[in-house]
Ligand binder design. Structure first.
Ligand code: PHE
Ligand code: NA
Length: 451
């Protein structure tokens, strides 16, 4: 039956899948390097405030839209506001998912390559991890092949369907990541010289905070929680009527934030102890962590495990990105799941190529006015512009067009410990839109004209 719509097989199916979407490169790769580029603890504090004031209410908002309509993001807006242009917000989300996955698969490809490269070659001899990283990504074909392998994995899972494909994986993954991070933290904080990194990460100095710090923090909040582009609307659409929303959303936000904080605890002490600089950008995790593994007893084993887990975490996020595009083609355009996943997978792979090539043949190209390489440019537009904009418009839509009261009613069906009330209405109607608007305007201005 082509019209049959799956739903999560068990009660915690949604929590697992939504955490699978949330926990990914955003926590372990992007969060540490954003924190490192924006001054450490001060960024951490602003990011945490953004999670609470923006991330959590927006997460609830999107789950409600999904469960209410049982639709992909475009269909969700069409269902609640027929014959209006609001569906364009859903379309922006589908487009954003497309852009994010195009470079997400590039970085995930680096992680796959590391399972193979650093970890396996570390058994042989001492190696210079910075060299290996740079050598790998500056070659033309190698990273493209790993990017392709990662996309093939993503497409295969999505083609298999919601329950069998998505839910199976995340059940095993989450506990494993937590355990491994704890081991890494213990190793990192006991390295000689770890204290400096801990101080950098945990003692805020607000002296250098500017508009770009705030923009960086909301971009990270949206990206890490998979918000602002319809992934959570789509996953919410597979919820059943009897599933609870505010508490489930809190669990997902809490888990994702906890894992990001832990990743920072594993990385910053090691960065400082081993004499690296924390502002190295996207390479941070791929250079520093392997160097930590090289210092540990059984480091090869732990390194192998770590990059396997990072790759799987990336995979469970990537499938949620591809699922948005796929669900849209199935629901709105009548495609079959298989052909939607394969066709989009191929196009997304091609769209991502410039970000890979930005480290080789396109290494001289920077975006006018931004001064960023290709990968950072894709990342900047997707996460600093499209995601907050999507979150802003969705909050306005629910707060003023569909109506916050309707949303509260839907969100409180079967509510347990936490229930929605004025606090949430206040956040979604006023706090979320105002904060996003002010931060975006100031941050974008400062990025282009702030010198
Ligand atoms: N939240 C994912 C991560 O942290 C990335 C992602 C963004 C996934 C947007 C889906 C949608 O890695
Ligand atoms: Na995340």
């Amino acid at each position: 039956d082509l019209n049959f719509r799956e739903s999560w097989a068990t009660r915690i199916g949604f929590i697992l899948a939504a955490s699978g979407s949330a926990v990914g490169l955003g926590n372990i790769w992007r969060f540490p390097y954003m924190t490192g580029e924006h001054g450490g603890a001060a960024f951490l504090v602003i990011y945490l405030v953004a999670i609470i004031l923006i991330g959590y209410p927006v997460m609830i908002n999107e789950v409600i839209l999904g469960r209410k309509t049982n639709k992909n993001p475009v269909g969700a807006f069409k269902a609640l506001a027929p014959n209006t242009p609001w569906w364009l917000v859903g379309a922006l989300g589908v487009f954003t998912g497309f852009v994010i996955l195009s470079y997400y698969s590039v970085v995930a490809g680096w992680s796959l390559a590391y399972i193979y490269k650093v970890v396996l070659s570390a058994t042989a001899a001492e190696i210079d991890h910075a060299e290996v990283f740079v050598g790998h990504i500056t070659s033309v074909w190698e990273p493209i092949i790993w990017q392709a392998i990662f996309m093939i994995l993503t497409v295969s899972i999505i083609a298999a369907g919601v329950v069998k494909g998505i839910q199976k994986w995340v059940t095993i993954l989450m506990p494993a990541i937590l355990v491994l991070l704890v081991i890494l933290i213990i190793r990192a904080v006991t390295l000689p010289g770890a204290g400096e990194g801990l101080a950098y990460y945990l003692q805020p100095n607000f002296g250098d905070v500017g508009p770009r710090t705030f923009l960086g923090a909301i971009s990270q909040a949206f990206f890490t929680l998979s918000l602002g582009m319809g992934a959570i609307i789509t996953y919410g659409s597979y919820l059943r009527e009897k599933d609870e929303i505010p508490g489930n959303s809190a669990s997902v936000v809490g888990l994702d934030t906890g894992i990001a904080i832990m990743a920072g605890l594993a990385i910053f002490p090691a960065v400082f102890a081993l004499g690296f600089s924390p502002d190295g950008g996207p390479g941070l995790v791929f250079i520093t962590l392997p160097a930590v593994f090289a210092e540990m007893p059984l480091g090869v084993l732990f390194g192998l495990l770590f990059f396997i887990l990072l790759s799987i975490a990336a995979l469970t996020s990537a499938i949620s990105l591809l699922e948005v595009v796929t669900a849209w083609l199935i629901d709105e355009k009548g495609w079959t799941r298989g052909s939607a996943a394969v066709t989009m997978g191929i196009i997304i792979f091609v769209v991502g190529l410039p970000t890979t090539l930005g480290y080789s043949v396109l290494s001289d190209v920077t975006f006018p006015g931004l001064g960023m390489d290709m990968l950072d440019t894709y990342d900047w537009f997707a996460n600093s512009i499209f995601l907050p904009l999507g979150g802003l418009l969705t909050a306005i839509f629910v707060g003023y067009i569909w109506g916050a009261r309707n949303a509260v009613q839907e969100g409180n069906k079967n509510a347990g410990l936490i229930s929605l009330g004025n606090w949430w209405v206040l956040l979604i109607r006023y706090v979320v839109p105002a904060l996003i608007l002010v931060i975006m305007i100031m941050g974008i201005y400062d990025t282009f004209f702030g010198g």
